[in-house]
Design a protein around this ligand. Structure first.
Ligand SMILES: *Cc1c(COP(=O)(O)O)cnc(C)c1O
Length: 392
């Protein structure tokens, strides 16, 4: 099919919930994507932080194909090796104690919320179910995680929302204490707010927050759906902040492009969700888990160091272009935000870059770059060249 035929069919038959850019993608290699007519795009998006090993990565494709031929699905009523091995690796590499596997980020965060509420219910009974989240956060699109999201624009249309969330300003412990009360069971944060605009939390704030949570027996929940799986230059961002959250959600990059997510829980929380309290039919799917194992094998410590170096290289390259529309860059590893100056809009900039062969994302009022973690210097240079040429 041609790009135009794909667009027409999409408009006719897929629910119109996305504001898409006018590009159809057919295949990819490394950090390069191609439309059906063969036009090349440099990818600084990873399908919104998902394809950490890029496109056409042979070990990943082989593992997926082999597992698909061997066993596609049996449900969690039985045991399977790929999920057990992936859970072991995740626990060993993080210091967490056990894993619950699910399918998407919002669903993983629902797991965090259920875990926190049941932990508190088991220990203190009812009336201690409130979770504090941060302003400018994003936690998902389910009726509950919309309400957990600390942005008013998400609290519309779908009333009634789930109760039990209050919001505090990021990096402000006084504001968090003011929002607290006897009814709180947990605090949920993104260590780098993604959709909100690539806003890293201050390390001092995070340390103090972890201490406060421990004192009050509030669970510290880290939403690492976007920051997890090597994106920030460590396997999980919390490892750079010197904390061990009580529970962590992950999703996007975990299986390199297949739908998988989950919750990592600490020793204190490992028995909170017992048989019958939480489940999902597709969770721990063997094909997704086999893909996840290749991601874990690839993300060695040396590879993660390279993610940090590549992130620094790309940020330096962008700042050196001195573009009239861009201010400072920020972020961690290959999760990069670029300030957009007054008089320019991020959507227009994104459209121009995409038209000219560079795929980018927006977040909050700025730009957001999430290139595949395997991106090469040469591919980054190509992207920078397009940026410089189009936006000068
Ligand atoms: C993307 C994202 C989610 C939602 O994940 P879905 O897979 O779209 O449900 C939740 N939290 C954060 C931080 C995210 O970046």
């Amino acid at each position: 099919m041609t790009s135009q035929e794909i667009k027409n069919l999409t408009h006719q038959y897929i629910m119109n919930t996305y504001g898409r850019f006018p590009v159809a993608i057919d295949h990819g290699r490394g950090a390069r994507l191609y439309d059906p007519e063969g036009r090349e795009y440099i990818d600084f998006t990873s399908g919104i932080g998902v394809t950490d090993l890029g496109y056409g990565y042979q070990p990943w494709a082989d593992a997926v194909a082999d597992q698909a031929k061997k066993l596609n699905h049996v449900s969690n009523l039985f045991y399977t090796e790929p999920a057990a091995r992936l859970a072991e690796i995740l626990c060993r590499r993080t210091g967490e104690s056990c894993v619950f596997f699910a399918n998407g980020g919002g669903e993983a965060n629902e797991g965090l919320i259920k875990l926190a509420r049941k932990y508190s219910f088991d220990k203190y009974g009812q009336g201690r179910a409130t979770i504090i989240t941060l302003k400018s956060s994003f936690h998902g699109r389910t009726v509950t995680t919309l309400k957990a999201t600390g942005q008013d624009v998400f609290h519309n249309y779908f009333f009634p929302f789930t109760e039990g969330f209050r919001y505090a300003a990021a990096n402000d412990l006084d504001d968090l204490e003011a929002a607290a009360g006897d009814d709180v069971c947990a605090v949920m944060v993104e260590l780098v707010q993604g959709e909100g605009g690539v806003l890293p939390l201050n390390p001092e704030y995070v340390k103090a927050l972890a201490e406060l949570c421990a004192q009050r027996d509030w669970l510290l929940l880290a939403d690492e759906v976007q920051t997890g799986v090597g994106r920030t230059g460590t396997l999980f961002a919390f490892q750079q902040y010197g904390i061990l959250p009580d529970a962590v959600s992950f999703a996007k990059g975990i299986a390199g492009g297949l739908p998988m997510s989950g919750v990592l829980a600490s020793e204190k929380c490992r028995d909170v969700l017992g048989p019958g309290t939480h489940a999902t039919t597709f969770g721990a799917n063997p094909i997704c888990a086999a893909a996840g194992l290749v991601v874990q094998e690839t993300l060695s410590d040396a590879f993660l160091e390279e993610v940090k170096a590549k992130g620094a290289y790309l940020r330096k390259g962008i700042e050196a272009l001195n573009l009239p529309c861009f201010g400072k860059t920020r972020g961690l590893g290959l999760m990069i935000g670029i300030e957009v100056k007054d008089g320019f809009t991020n959507k227009d900039i994104a459209s121009k870059l995409i038209e000219n062969g560079l795929l980018v994302l927006t977040a909050g009022p700025g730009m957001r770059l999430l290139p595949p973690l395997v991106i090469t210097r040469e591919e980054m240079d190509k992207g920078l060249e397009i940026m410089g040429r189009v936006l000068a």
